[in-house]
Design a protein around this ligand. Structure first.
Ligand code: HSE
Length: 402
């Protein structure tokens, strides 16, 4: 029997307890031993809860109990989670977490600390909710040279974009729905401004390169500027609009970014809808492989945390993770070459043509009458930024996925 503790009895933490309750035998069979939740750390009491008796308010009870082998940190945020995780590792307890903010900010240090103490630090649930992509990168794909990872990495924004597209729904209403379903972050700005997807692509970029990609250096745009008009143009182009995280090694350069993209409908990423996430990994020998599943939500995310617990129970000592503190050198995304969909008022058509030239694909749509929209020729991002700045009247633009 292995005893574990869960830090934080919120959406994911209560899901972890539920997975262990509901799948008790399956978990035991997979781990080779029964797994029991000995403690649940939370500031609150949970009178009437089935696990009321396991709730404690003092982390030291858990840290000082030699019976506890694994700690699941599902509190989120940097502090006190960081301090608790460090203390747990120093006390010879393995840690698994869904806390992408913490992994993105301090992952290398925590991996190193785990190694030093001959225990393990795993964070499958920090990227893609229930999708087992990190373990696959760390095992089955470890021999590959991964040159590109492209993902729909945030369930909340994908849910919003899907509803806006299919039902013409209004942004705020759909965001509320996502919050009620437990998909969104406590502060949904992290979702809609792209910060959550940014942390996830930074983690994937770090694992892809074996170096540390600082999420603060990843160029990030969210979905707050996307409007119903953009969906009309996407339709005219045979595309879907998705918030993508993209990491790519190309001609000796390494790019990592998050932004909304127009993706052609024949690309499998275009049909990833609602709260689902998908991550396409390209390896030099393997080619493309795509992972698809629920990217947010209680049970799915908790299942990934429990998967880490099982991995830890099955392996004595330290499980290595391809994340080091050597800083990665990211190239300037301004060098990335692509096409852009641009919208201006019809009255600004001439000015737009003067700046972008006539070598553009004009979009004809009956749905948006007072606008002129076009797709530019290929150009580096920084050239595009300079042109839009000099034009000064762009209503919105969206990158084309090529
Ligand atoms: N807020 C996150 C999302 C939760 O919507 O994807 C899962 O990380």
């Amino acid at each position: 029997m292995v005893k574990i503790a869960v830090l934080g009895y919120g959406t994911v933490g209560s899901g972890v307890v539920q997975v262990i309750d509901d799948n008790y035998n399956e978990v035991a069979t997979s781990a080779g031993e029964e797994i029991e939740v000995k403690y649940i750390l939370d500031l609150r009491d949970f009178p009437g809860d089935k696990h009321e008796a396991q709730v404690v308010h003092d982390i030291n009870i858990i840290l000082e109990d030699p019976e506890v082998k694994v700690i699941c940190e599902t509190m989120g945020g940097i502090e006190p989670a960081f301090t608790f995780e460090k203390k747990a590792l120093e006390n010879g307890k393995s840690v698994c977490t869904s806390n992408k903010e913490l992994v993105a900010a301090h992952g290398p240090e925590l991996v190193e600390l785990a190694k030093k103490n001959n225990v393990t630090y795993l964070f499958e649930a920090s990227v893609g909710g229930g999708i087992p992509v990190l373990r696959t990168l760390n095992t089955s794909l470890k021999h590959e040279k991964i040159d590109a990872i492209t993902g729909i990495l945030n369930g909340t924004t994908n849910y919003i974009l899907t509803k806006m597209n299919k039902d013409g729904a209004d942004f705020d209403t759909v965001l509320k729905e996502a919050q009620n379903k437990g998909y969104a972050e406590r502060n949904p700005e992290a979702d809609i401004e792209g910060h959550d997807a940014c942390r996830k692509i930074a983690i994937l970029s770090s694992l892809m390169s074996g170096e540390y990609v600082d999420s603060n250096k990843v160029y990030t745009e969210g979905i707050t500027k996307i409007s119903t008009e953009d969906f009309a143009y996407a339709k005219a182009l045979g595309c879907s609009i998705k918030l993508l995280g993209r990491a790519e090694k190309k001609n000796g350069k390494f790019f990592s970014m998050v932004a909304p993209f127009m993706i052609p409908n024949d690309n499998p990423l275009a049909s990833v809808n609602d709260v689902f996430n998908a991550i396409n990994v390209h390896g030099n020998m393997l080619g493309d492989v795509m992972f698809y599943g629920q990217g947010a939500g209680k049970e799915a995310t908790a299942s990934a945390v429990v998967g880490d617990v099982i991995d830890i129970v099955k392996h004595d000592g330290h499980i290595s993770v391809n994340m080091t503190d050597k800083p990665a050198t990211l190239s300037d995304c301004g060098e990335y070459v692509r096409r852009f969909m641009v919208r201006v008022a019809l009255s600004d058509k001439k000015a737009a043509m003067d700046v972008f030239g006539s070598n553009v694909d004009v979009l004809s749509t009956n749905e948006v009458n007072d606008e002129y929209a076009f797709v530019t020729s290929k150009m580096p991002e920084k050239e595009f930024a300079a042109k839009t700045e000099s034009l000064g009247v762009v209503k919105n633009y969206i990158r084309m996925y090529m």
